[in-house]
Write a protein that binds this ligand. Structure first.
Ligand code: GLU
Length: 255
């Protein structure tokens, strides 16, 4: 199976912006093991801006473009250094790809990206992808990694996209405020009713939220790819997700 896993800042870093060592180590171990079992894995990782802010001693995520660019430049190094070290422990080689919206919309650039991606998979490397936040201006950027991961899954012709988040999946209402909110296990089709369930961004350091996740679900399912939203606090659940067990919320691909 070819699996794209997207991991958000809330999974990778503590509220301080510094790396959540236990969670990142767990994640790298499980992804390495999935590769050892014969799956192809592509990781779409956020955290550059959040970690850069932490490393620069900023108390919150920068809001201005230059601040985000600077934090991303610092944090991306930290991120790749961490992945390189942790995956090497399990003898897996990582490859960094920093992309912007153009890489998906411009036919030549897209072909170029696909060629590099497929060669890396052939070489059994583990592509680690993020938006090129240091140069991606507003018009050029995809803007959030949920959407980016869906584009990546489509370009890679993946079988499955998993978004690891700080929430268990899609609920009937906001579980932080409504005690009767229930987790929805399977979404057979993205109806208007489902699309209306999105709120805003959930954490101080990340950018996503349900809205971008549902947008990702639209892109992935239309491309013929199942998408799962699950809680990144327990990376081991990826084993069950890959086996098709009922974890988080699964959006079924359009046939
Ligand atoms: N590319 C951003 C970063 O690495 C994250 C975007 C997102 O979390 O959606 O910090």
């Amino acid at each position: 199976m070819r699996i794209v896993v997207k991991v958000g800042t809330s999974t990778l870093a503590h509220g301080t912006g510094l790396i959540n060592i236990r969670q990142v180590e767990h994640l790298c171990k499980v992804l390495s093991d999935l590769k050892n079992a014969g799956h192809q894995v592509i990781l779409v990782s956020s955290g550059a801006i959040g970690m850069g802010a932490g490393k620069l001693g900023l108390t919150e995520r920068p809001r201005d473009v230059a601040g985000k660019q600077a934090a991303a430049a610092v944090g991306q190094c930290e991120l790749m250094y961490t992945y390189d070290r942790l995956f090497l422990k399990y003898s897996h080689v990582v490859a960094q790809l920093l992309l912007t919206a153009d890489d998906f919309t411009h036919p030549d650039r897209r072909a170029n990206l696909e060629q590099a991606l497929f060669r890396l998979l052939e070489l059994r490397a583990l592509p680690v992808i993020n938006e090129n936040d240091t140069v991606a201006t507003e018009e050029l950027s995809v803007g959030d990694n949920d959407t980016l991961s869906a584009y990546v899954a489509a370009a890679a012709r993946a079988d499955l996209l998993v978004l690891l988040s700080d929430i268990d999946g899609l609920y009937t209402a906001d579980p932080h405020v409504d005690p009767n909110a229930e987790l929805i296990h399977t979404i057979p089709a993205l109806t208007d009713e489902i699309l209306a369930m999105a709120g805003g961004s959930g954490s101080a350091l990340g950018t996503g939220g349900m809205a971008t996740k549902l947008r990702a679900a639209q892109i992935a399912t239309q491309a013929g790819i199942d998408m799962v939203i699950a809680n990144g606090a327990r990376p081991e659940t990826l084993y069950d997700i890959v086996e098709g067990k009922e974890i988080g919320t699964r959006f079924l691909k359009e046939e």
